[in-house]
Design a protein around this ligand. Structure first.
Ligand code: ARG
Length: 587
């Protein structure tokens, strides 16, 4: 149990003794640290419920709490705030138990859920671009957080590989190479083993095909037809599709690996291809789906809607399945085959209507079972001009280019700050990579996910301020301090009651790690943890200024401080890990 939940339970029990709801006892860090360490605001809420002045209730609670041995003081302030301060002995005991605990005091959930995290969402044939970046970074962090608190997490990128974009590319290739065996309906195989298209080809073809479809109605029709035939598994198309999928996937795997991101199942839309027909039949028979202008739709509008939610199109007029269709089928798959209890869709806020339609259709169709679904929406990563981030030439930046860009910026920062100057070049390169990715990820994660933010590489890559590199450097410095201690044969020892404010504050900050984790999990907002890590680094710096660990003459005090340093390092490294950020061994 964390310190704050312990205090909340303690105060809650006294509320209960007064015949009040124990949840009124919730304790939070004090707004006025000069008065107390913690506070409880429950008396104000209780006053409304029982019609007694809040101060009176607070005084009753405070009197009952006076008995508690861990508390140095309990006071009532203002209209009825209950202020609490722990004894230094109690703080030391709590810090010691955190140091001895396996998971820094974060207890795993009692009933683990199976949680699908659907994130990244790149499309086969289209290059992965910065639009998929936030989904990847936020989704990866949420997956790590849910896993850390004990849930069973299934990471799934949900590749876009079964929709119109495939038909567009196939139609364009057929236009250019009508002689290829893939397009000959009489060809009986076998098809070539080598892919006839490279990654560069794909990146060139998709934009051309998509532009052509906008101008040329006949071509657009051909692309829709090709999509339908692919979905019906016409052998030549399927063979060509397999090549394109493999080529794309290989590139994306490399990108993800550079970002330190991995998936448990590398599924795409096509993984539910065989469920589409049964899904449509089921919906048709149950009357949930209906014909409309040659298409098959599901109405999803509801009485309280503030804006119009158009019907979900299950099958279009050409007989093709759409992005929405595969999404509904994937819900069925996740609920039934994976036994998921919760699915988190980490996708751009601009797809909010899509997910409203899909979730409602899945419920109407009774394919979601008991699985909860949430759209974890996020804002846009903008350039300095306040518009979605682009290259100087105005094109979308590929993920590959972006990674190179942040690595270069990181290397320049290492040079400028004269960090790791005498290391072997490979190590330096590795550090630049880790620092660059940290700049990118922390820059993204420290912003509230629902807001837009400006990608400011100069600021994000700095070793000063609220940045990933600053936090990496803070952790590396503690690591090197501990290394020095080890060289001098100094061991870590029992945590002693803190004597100075900076030491006390460090202990208090460390003990709030579980709350930071839970806040991030409960709100699905990693920025709470990013904020915490930054706060912890600052509190540690003040501790280190005040407490000269390596030159402390009192050996027991020094050993206690070394334990606090180790605990800070572990907490910082763990926080960064949960944000998807690696800490270099040294720099
Ligand atoms: N491939 C989609 C896109 O690029 C994102 C997929 C998100 N996940 C989902 N289940 N729809 O927009």
């Amino acid at each position: 149990m964390s310190l704050i939940s312990h205090l909340s339970a303690l105060v809650g029990a006294t509320f209960a003794d007064l015949g009040l709801d124990p949840s009124l006892g919730a304790v939070v860090p004090s707004n006025r640290p000069e008065l107390a360490q913690f506070q409880c605001n429950g008396a104000m809420a209780a006053a409304k419920a029982v019609g007694r002045p809040p101060r009176e209730i607070a005084e009753d609670v405070a009197r009952a709490l006076d008995m508690a041995t861990d508390l140095k003081s309990v006071d009532v302030a203002g209209p009825g705030f209950i202020n609490l301060t722990l004894t230094d002995e109690a703080l030391a005991a709590w810090a010691q138990s955190m140091a001895d605990a396996d998971r820094l005091g974060v207890d795993p959930v009692e009933e683990p859920l199976t949680v699908v995290v659907d994130y990244a969402g790149p499309n086969v044939a289209k290059a992965m671009h910065v639009g998929h970046l936030r989904a990847t970074i936020i989704g990866d962090s949420l997956a790590r957080l849910f896993d850390f608190v004990g849930h069973k997490v299934i990471r799934d990128p949900h590749f876009g590989d079964w929709g119109l974009q495939m038909g567009l590319v196939i139609a364009e290739l057929e236009r250019r190479h009508p002689d290829w065996p893939y397009f000959d309906p009489d060809f009986t195989g076998p098809y070539p083993e080598e892919s006839p298209v490279t990654l560069d080809d794909l990146q060139e073809i998709y934009p051309v095909a998509s532009a052509r479809a906008k101008e040329d109605a006949e071509f657009a029709e051909a692309a829709r037809r090709a999509t339908v035939e692919l979905q019906r598994k016409r052998p030549g198309y399927l063979a060509l599709w397999q090549h394109m999928r493999a080529v794309s996937m290989e590139d994306q795997r490399a990108n993800f690996s550079d970002l330190g991101v991995d998936f448990d199942i590398w599924h795409g839309e096509s993984d539910v291809a065989d469920m589409l027909e049964p899904l449509v039949e089921r919906l048709r028979e149950s009357g949930v789906a209906e014909e409309s202008e040659g298409a098959l739709i599901v109405r999803v509008d509801e009485p309280g809607d503030k804006k119009e939610i158009p019907p979900l199109i299950l099958v279009n007029r050409a007989g093709g399945y759409l992005y929405s269709t595969t999404d509904v089928a994937t819900i069925w798959y996740r609920s039934e085959q994976l036994g998921a209890d919760l699915a988190l869709y980490v996708v751009d806020a601009r797809q909010a209507d899509h997910f409203t339609q899909v979730f409602r259709a899945a419920r109407r169709a009774s394919v979601a079972g008991n699985m909860q679904m949430e759209h974890i929406a996020f804002g846009t990563m903008n350039g300095p001009d306040g518009k979605p981030f682009k290259t100087r030439e105005g094109g979308v930046v590929s993920l590959r280019d972006l990674i190179e860009m942040v690595e270069k910026a990181a290397m320049a920062r290492l040079d400028e700050a004269q960090i790791a100057t005498d290391y072997p070049p490979e190590e330096r390169q590795r550090i630049a990579h880790q620092v660059g990715i940290a700049a990118l990820k922390f820059g993204d994660l420290h912003a509230n996910r629902t807001s837009d933010y400006v990608f400011d590489l100069d600021r994000f890559s700095s070793f000063e301020g609220k940045t990933g590199p600053y936090l990496q450097y803070a952790a590396v410095r503690i690591r090197s301090l501990l290394r020095k201690a080890q060289e001098r044969d100094l061991a870590e020892g029992a945590v002693l009651p803190p004597q100075v404010e900076a030491e006390r504050n460090l202990v208090l900050e460390l003990l709030q790690f579980p709350e930071a984790v839970w806040r991030a999990v409960d709100t699905r907002c990693p920025h709470h943890l990013a904020e915490y890590a930054y706060g912890l680094a600052g509190v540690f710096n003040r501790f280190y200024d005040a407490c000269h660990v390596l030159s402390e003459p009192d050996a027991d005090r020094q050993a206690s401080w070394l334990t606090l340093c180790r605990l800070t390092l572990d907490t910082l490294v763990r926080s960064l890990y949960l944000l998807g950020i690696e800490v270099p061994e040294r720099m």
